[in-house]
Write a protein that binds this ligand. Structure first.
Ligand SMILES: Nc1ncnc2c1ncn2[C@@H]1O[C@H](COP(=O)(O)OP(=O)(O)OP(=O)(O)O)[C@@H](O)[C@H]1O
Ligand SMILES: [Mg+2]
Length: 553
């Protein structure tokens, strides 16, 4: 190495050109240089520019021998053992060029962060020995997006991040991390066997906690825009709430459609049936005929007009699949019990992770289910902050138990679509995207299709983990996140291996291609070894059991 001649021949803001006479020996230890390797370029002062190799060329000399031209992209400067991004701080002319050692590279990623702030779940794809920490506060304080084609490793990445977050303990047996995972494919129970696990059989959600808008969306045929339905429904809900209310008269008068107080859906149905069949006496009697002597009647103003509404209510109430939402337990569960169960604060329980398995929730109520839970968590944060501000006006950090909400297949809840079936969940999650930071609620969204996620939400994400992405439209979304100078990183994305990702965001020293660590316990999404399985004995399938499971839905 010592007698290799390596010279900087040109410096541009986003490129450094270096000529090397002996590429074979221009290396550290056994490691030869590749595209993606790091170089350090020292100047006369104390700074060392770190650059990453983008390409090599061969240049013929007049005497017939060869030189090698390396073009490298300047990442930043190491000065007094600290790394600063940007390549313009180098004093010209630069002096020596050397391949960076592992310790140099470690300095880039580690030096900017105090040890206690480091959160680490990956290493450099080109140098696996170099861990790539992110700033744990910045990472979890801003929303996170994990994107990548199917099988690229998103679920494993999500599991790894949460496992590391839950495993990071100070002097305690249990840490104070709070993560709620919306699990649409029953994947995460396997990764978090200790979690507070809720599925459609154990989930109890109080329908009476829906907002006015959600109530209408769920119980009314909103497309029909039927005022009768809406008025009858609204009045009946408010009346039932007042009838069930145990407090004082003044508070009772304040009850409205959005007040989160219990009402009985049975009352609403009864009221609608009554109005739909109501006949009023006129005071006159029939003078003759078969009804002689009976009072004459006229039909009530809503007679027969609520038939659709009544049918809709009845079919919902009788739908066993909706028991988690409209069953007896939902009517009587309290506000407090609901929050405790979702937050993992059940009786004597401290659960860092709650897995909400949504696989048994019928598709038509998925949006409203996700919306209600998300809104409850957000409002919990909101009121917790209010409470703490009221108790201590000088307090700066108003939440000591912030929460991470994880949405797998986020395009299913917050798509780039205005369809009414997505309205509820989109509204709740968009609100968290916009305001959640202030109230200690952060989103982690995983999706195969960044271009199909609501732009409002995507644009609020500040940490991106982009895994293998082959679709050019989706790649375009990721490209927008990168500084122009690093746009070429996108070209590598289609070739990423499983678990490789481009990590971009405020929380990391510089955008980098990393390898996510393997999970301790994996989610149930591992590739199926077809070829191994197909070589085995013929397997019997318990089709009857499959049918039973199918019919349960
Ligand atoms: N960090 C990793 N290191 C090594 N292998 C990994 C890593 N992450 C994932 N894999 C492998 O990749 C496969 C797919 O991973 P995963 O289920 O996380 O993909 P996905 O992106 O969530 O796919 P889908 O969009 O279909 O849900 C798994 O078999 C897993 O073993
Ligand atoms: Mg997945």
């Amino acid at each position: 190495m010592s007698d290799v001649k390596a010279e900087v021949v040109a410096v541009f803001p986003n490129k450094v050109k270096i000529v090397v006479d002996d590429l074979e020996n221009f290396r550290i230890a056994e490691e030869s240089l590749r595209v993606g390797s790091y170089l350090k370029i020292a100047d006369n002062e104390n700074a060392v520019l770190v650059a990453i190799i983008e390409n090599f060329q061969i240049q013929a000399r007049e005497d017939g021998s060869q030189d090698y031209v390396i073009e490298a992209f300047p990442l930043g400067v190491l000065r007094d053992q600290k790394f600063e991004r940007g390549g313009d701080a180098l004093a010209i002319p630069p002096k020596t060029v050397q391949p960076a050692t592992i310790d140099d590279i470690r300095l880039i990623y580690g030096s900017s962060l105090p040890v206690k702030d480091r959160f680490c779940f990956s290493s450099l794809a080109t140098n696996k020995e170099v861990e790539v920490p992110v700033d744990g506060n910045k990472f979890f304080n801003k929303h996170i997006a994990v994107v990548g084609s199917t099988g690229s490793g998103k679920s494993h990445t999500v599991a790894k991040i949460v496992q590391k977050a839950v495993g990071a303990k100070g002097d305690y047996t249990l840490n104070n991390s709070h993560v709620i995972i919306f699990d649409i494919h029953s994947e995460y129970r396997a990764a978090f066997p200790e979690a507070n696990f809720i599925d459609s059989a154990s989930l109890v959600l109080p329908y009476w906690m829906l907002s006015g808008e959600e109530l209408e969306e769920f119980f009314l045929d909103t497309e029909a825009n039927d005022h009768n339905q809406r008025n009858v429904f609204k009045d009946a809900v408010i009346k039932s709430r007042k009838d069930n209310f145990q407090g004082g008269e003044i508070e009772k008068q304040r009850i409205h459609l959005d007040t989160p107080l219990p009402f009985d859906i049975g009352d609403i149905l009864k009221d609608a049936v009554e109005k739909n069949t109501q006949v009023n006496g006129t005071g006159e009697l029939y003078a003759s005929g078969p009804k002689k002597g009976q009072e004459k009647t006229t039909q009530g103003s809503l007679y027969g007009r609520l038939t659709n509404f009544v049918n809709r209510l009845e079919s919902k109430i009788n739908d066993r699949r909706l028991d988690f939402f409209l069953g007896e337990k939902s009517r009587i569960i309290t506000f407090e019990e609901t929050l405790r169960s979702i937050l993992g604060y059940g009786e004597g329980e401290c659960k860092n992770v709650t897995v909400i398995d949504l696989s048994g929730v019928p598709f038509e109520v998925l949006s409203i289910t996700v919306s209600l839970i998300s809104r409850l968590i957000f409002e919990h944060g909101y009121f917790y902050k209010r409470l703490r501000c009221a108790e201590n006006a000088n307090e700066k950090i108003n939440n000591d138990a912030p929460i991470l909400l994880v949405y797998e297949e986020a395009h299913k809840y917050v798509p780039n679509s205005e369809l009414s079936k997505f309205r509820a969940s989109k509204m709740s999650i968009e609100r968290i995207a916009k305001e959640g930071r202030k109230y200690g609620v952060t989103l982690l969204l995983a999706s195969q299709r960044p271009s199909e996620i609501s732009e409002t939400i995507f644009s609020q994400c500040n940490n991106f983990i982009a895994m293998r992405l082959t679709n050019p439209v989706d790649q375009g979304y990721v490209r927008k996140l990168l500084p122009d100078s690093l746009g070429t990183l996108i070209d590598k994305m289609p070739a990423f291996k499983q678990g490789e990702a481009l990590l971009v965001g405020e929380s990391i020293a510089l955008p980098s291609v990393v390898q996510i660590e393997v999970c301790t316990t994996a989610p149930a999404s591992t590739d199926i070894p077809y070829w191994d399985l197909w070589q085995q004995q013929w397997k019997d399938l318990a089709i009857d059991k499959i049918r039973d499971e199918w019919m349960r839905r």
